[in-house]
Structure formats: C-alpha cells, structure tokens
Design a protein around this ligand. Structure first.
Ligand code: UDB
Ligand code: ZN
Length: 181
C-alpha cells in the first residue's frame, strides 16, 4: 500500500491555486489517484489507522500530497450510499441558495490543530469532472454531507483552507440561509 506524505498548511503549496490536468490522463497519474482513494478507504479501518498513526479521511486533494494539480479523491459512506471518486479538473456547475455547515465544525488532514467555527457551504451542488475511478466524465448531484466534502476538497484546488471561510470576528456567526448537518 502506498503511503503518502501529507503536506501541512505551513507550506505555501496549500495556499496556492492548482493547475489543470492534461487529459487523457496518463497511467501514472491515474494510479496515484486510485492510490489516494485506497488510502482513504484503508484509513477508515480502525486497526489500520491506529497501526499507521493516520486519521480516518473522507477526502484528499492533490496539493495535500505535494502535487499542485486539479484532482482529488473522495471515499465516504453516507445514508447507505458509497461515494468513491477520483475527480480530475472538477467544475462546479450549479449551487443551491441554501447553505449548510457541519455542527461540529470541519477539520483537515493538512491542518494539525483544529480551528473552531462555522464553515458555510452550499447545501446542494452539481459538479462535473473526469472520474479516474470509473474512467469517464461524470456529473454528480450532491446534497448535504457529501456536498460539503466535495466542496472542501474543491477548495484545496484553489488554495483555500476551511478556516479561510470562518468569520474572523465572530466564528459562530449565524447564517439564516444555512442548516446544520
Ligand atoms: C477528513 N475526517 O478526512 F463521518 F469514517 C476528516 C479529518 C480531518 C478529521 C481526518 C473525517 O471527517 N472523517 C470521517 C468522518 C465520518 C466518518 C468517517 C471518517 N477531512 C478531509 C480533508 O481534510 N480533506 O482535505 C476533513 C473533512 C471536513 C469536512 C469535509 C472533509
Ligand atoms: Zn482538507
């Protein structure tokens, strides 16, 4: 199993916009993306996570492994549905007016110390990308928790970390358009 060095927010790379990936995807890059999905899957196994001293991850973006390019992996199970994707050059096609935030706040594999506060995101998004897992273009309609995860990863491609979206003066400021998840 491939081990990744997870880069942290001390590094400039995490705060910079990533460049588009040339398609068709070369075999080496496809393998890297599949390895990222595998890493997430394994990290959610308690034994494996403990033995390898890693956190259970639901998403991982290229800059977090030191690659300044527009792709990310997601592996999560929500409401009996499994989301297993390796998105390349994702585009958010549409967003809801309604917002959502994780009640317990967000964290990040690249941020060693949690920052408290509400991170408002869109409740629904439609995202289009090339998916390295199924090897086809996909258009995904995401709602609630999965929508939040895909937006968190998308932000990494633009050099945005979750704490950049927390209100500095009032971290728990209410947004009347937002629901807690
Ligand atoms: C995570 N994990 O992976 F509900 F099996 C977070 C960390 C930062 C705490 C490791 C997480 O939410 N795990 C989780 C949650 C479950 C069930 C389960 C595992 N990320 C991904 C990340 O940093 N990507 O760049 C942070 C999430 C916060 C909101 C969306 C992504
Ligand atoms: Zn993150």
């Amino acid at each position: 199993m491939k081990k990744f060095k997870i880069h942290t927010d001390k590094e400039k790379l995490l705060h910079e916009k990533c460049r588009e990936v040339a398609l068709p995807l070369d075999e080496e890059k496809r393998q890297t993306i599949l390895d990222m999905v595998e890493y997430l899957k394994l990290s959610q196994d308690d034994e494996y996570a403990k033995a390898n001293k890693i956190r259970p991850g639901v998403g991982l973006a290229a800059p977090q492994i030191g690659v300044p390019e527009r792709f990310y992996a997601v592996y999560l199970v929500d409401k009996e549905k499994t989301y297993e994707y390796g998105l390349v050059n994702p585009k958010i096609l549409s967003t809801s007016v309604k917002k959502a935030y994780l009640e317990g706040g967000e964290g990040c594999l690249s941020v060693p110390e949690d920052v408290m506060g509400h991170v408002y995101r869109y409740f629904r998004i439609t995202i289009q990308a090339y998916d390295a897992v199924s090897q086809q273009n996909v258009t995904l309609k995401l709602v609630g928790y999965p929508a939040i995860v895909f937006q968190h990863e998308y932000d990494h491609l633009d050099g945005i970390l979750y704490y950049d979206r927390i209100n500095r003066d009032d971290p728990f400021k209410k947004d009347p358009e937002a629901v807690a998840i």
